[in-house]
Design a binder for this molecule. Structure first.
Ligand SMILES: Cc1ncc(COP(=O)(O)O)c(C=O)c1O
Length: 431
């Protein structure tokens, strides 16, 4: 699918250091990846942690299936695409070192979280140890379980790197606990949590580990088996470059035996007698029968693309690009980096002196550079505890290159070209 760009992206100002330096491509054909990404023709998109740009192949797959549904009917189209649909489970499993039967396909990471946490029996007094990196909706759900069911939520402190303090975790695990939960990469910074070390501690203590991999799937290698992760979830639209409205849930076979779905559905359970319901053994027990098949097929193509590029290569490129951006921002007067020390992900957070992050976002948007802002209300245990009310968040992917970073820095420092206001300047800012 090709489109005529409404307007070319803003050109980079001369004399800014990125283009001169060159970022190692980690074997990726970045120009080809840019070319195959429609959105790159319209703006400098540095918001993969919000929703990344899908490839044209993903877009085409979704549109073609919607067209097929319109032509032959949704059930008939699903029948025609059954093999490709069913193959999505194996692709998702391959991405994280799981088995296809361990995967449920859902609408979002939050839906996955709810299905998992609600299926977990947490009697009153159960201790849940939650990392400071926990996502807002996860934290709110935990706090609700505390209020409703008497679950005790203990927020784990961070160490000097900004990641979960492993010594404290080890101590906390000496007293029986029901669950440890951590976000691999939070919404509010470039931090990458030491998942394998956390997994080793939880496994030794016999406590299940729930990993929120929403910001890491597709950009950071994850093997749930070697990392000793029992439950994991993620979303399609971020670093996986899949359509919005797609999400994944992984539940290990051992945990599935302990996690009865709260609402059994015909998708993963059988009404086998007048009053008999048999819940199936695989993770589809956490799904509902109705689903957006077009989006799932798009997710399948996005998974193919991530697997073909290789997550280690994506990580090497994306983290190199983000590290370069951090280094240059660190040298700019009036810019304060807000990432903790252990921040090798593709997310870069900062603030501009004397300006609210939301206003910085609007100013950059007016120059055709798309970033977003994250308020403390999206991460009270991280930003709130660090006394930061909001940050600007730039996040890069394989379709970004040095020219996008140049454009960001130029817009930040006010050196963007004259007349750099673009048609999309009027668009509302999305957080
Ligand atoms: C770390 C993290 N976890 C979970 C979520 C929720 O994902 P979703 O919006 O797909 O439910 C987000 C969304 O930004 C996130 O950043």
């Amino acid at each position: 699918m090709s489109a005529t760009p409404a307007e070319s992206p803003p050109s980079a100002a001369a004399g800014i250091p990125f283009a001169a330096g060159g970022i190692p491509s980690a074997g990726l054909d970045v120009p080809a990846l840019r070319e195959a990404t429609l959105g790159m023709r319209h703006a400098r998109h540095l918001n993969a942690a919000g929703a990344s740009l899908p490839s044209e192949a993903v877009l085409r797959t979704v549109v073609e299936h919607l067209e097929l549904e319109a032509r032959m009917g949704g059930y008939e189209a699903a029948e025609a695409a059954r093999e490709r649909h069913d193959a999505v489970y194996a692709k998702a499993a391959r991405l994280i070192g799981a088995r296809p039967e361990d995967i449920a396909l859902v609408e979002s990471a939050t839906v996955a979280w709810h299905r998992a946490l609600d299926a977990l029996a947490l009697p009153a007094g159960s201790r849940v140890l939650a990392a400071a990196s926990s996502y807002v909706s996860s934290a709110m759900h935990l706090l609700d379980r505390a209020r409703r069911d008497g679950v005790t939520v203990e927020v784990l402190p961070v160490d000097a790197t900004g990641g979960t303090d492993l010594d404290t975790l080890e101590q906390c695990l000496r007293t029986p606990a029901a669950l440890v939960t951590v976000a691999h990469v939070p919404t509010s910074s470039g931090l990458v949590e030491p998942v394998e070390r956390i997994g080793a501690l939880t496994r030794a203590a016999g406590v299940p580990l729930l990993l929120d991999a929403t910001q890491s799937l597709g950009q950071i290698p994850l093997d749930v088996t070697t990392a000793e992760v029992d439950i994991a979830m993620g979303t399609g639209r971020k670093f996986l470059r899949a359509p919005r409205g797609t999400g994944l849930l992984y539940v290990s076979a051992a945990m599935r035996e302990r996690m009865h779905p709260v609402f059994p559905d015909v998708r993963g359970a059988t009404w086998s007698g007048d009053r008999r319901v048999e819940v199936g053994p695989d993770a589809r027990r956490y799904e509902t029968w109705e689903a957006a098949h077009a989006l799932r097929l798009g997710l399948g193509v996005a998974l193919d693309e991530a697997l073909a590029l290789g997550v280690p290569a994506i990580h090497a490129y994306v983290s190199g690009l983000a590290a370069r951006l951090r280094a240059v921002l660190a040298g700019l007067p009036g810019i304060q980096l807000t990432d903790p020390a252990a921040s090798p992900s593709g997310i870069v957070t900062f603030r501009r002196e004397g300006e609210q992050p939301r206003d910085t976002v609007l100013r950059l948007r007016a120059a055709g550079v798309h970033v977003t802002s994250v308020p403390a209300s999206h991460g009270q245990w991280d930003l709130g505890r660090r006394g930061i009310d909001a940050v600007v968040r730039a996040s890069v992917h394989v379709y970004n290159d040095e020219t996008d970073l140049d454009a960001l820095v130029a817009a930040l420092t006010g050196t963007e070209r004259e007349g750099g206001r673009h048609a999309w300047a009027a668009a509302p800012t999305l957080t």
